[in-house]
Ligand binder design. Structure first.
Ligand code: S3P
Length: 161
């Protein structure tokens, strides 16, 4: 069984995944890290090949990592493909890290590496609202992350799964 961490950009999926990986045997992996190593930087993939190609790489990353790791941190857009959701459902537990938009904003204030964040406020808010529904719709467990440390969150996940 694999624990999948899902949630919006900046919700802490990678950081919490690493902490959890230190506590649970079976290892941690991250779809964005896999994509970066296999295909090049995310910004470049978006710029040169477009989002659709990125989504194909992302699905390939998810498939690859699911077979070998007990904890998988996903990219914020993993829920954009139904087949990704089906794979996660079939293979383990989906944990949604739920973070307020204002908190995300302050965490990603200086971020330049996320193509879908580097846009105007209206688009960001719209994406956040739409995605929140998708995360909520497929998660087995939702964990509020505001005002909590990665260690607290990892502990909550361990208790919940
Ligand atoms: C994306 C989120 C990013 C990364 C890419 C697209 C998205 O991952 O996969 O920039 O569509 O929300 P993080 O959620 O780790 O920032």
């Amino acid at each position: 069984m694999t624990i999948y961490l899902i949630g919006f950009m900046g919700s802490g999926k990678s950081t919490v995944g690493k902490v959890l990986g230190g506590r649970i045997r079976g290892g941690h992996a991250d779809t964005d890290v896999f994509i970066d190593a296999q295909y090049g930087t995310i910004s470049e993939i978006f710029r040169i090949h477009g989002e659709n190609t990125f989504r194909k790489y992302e699905s390939a990353a998810l498939e690859n990592l699911s077979a070998e790791h007990e904890i998988v941190s996903t990219g914020g857009g993993i829920v954009e493909r139904q087949k990704n959701i089906s794979l996660m459902k079939a293979n383990g537990v989906i944990v949604y890290l739920q973070t307020a938009f204002t908190e995300i904003q302050s965490r990603l204030m200086h971020d330049t590496e996320r193509p879908l964040w580097n846009t105007d406020m209206e688009k960001k808010e719209k994406l956040f609202r739409r995605r929140s529904q998708l995360y909520q719709g497929c998660a087995d467990i939702a964990i509020q992350t505001d005002q909590k440390t990665p260690d607290d969150i990892a502990g909550e996940i361990q208790e919940a799964v």
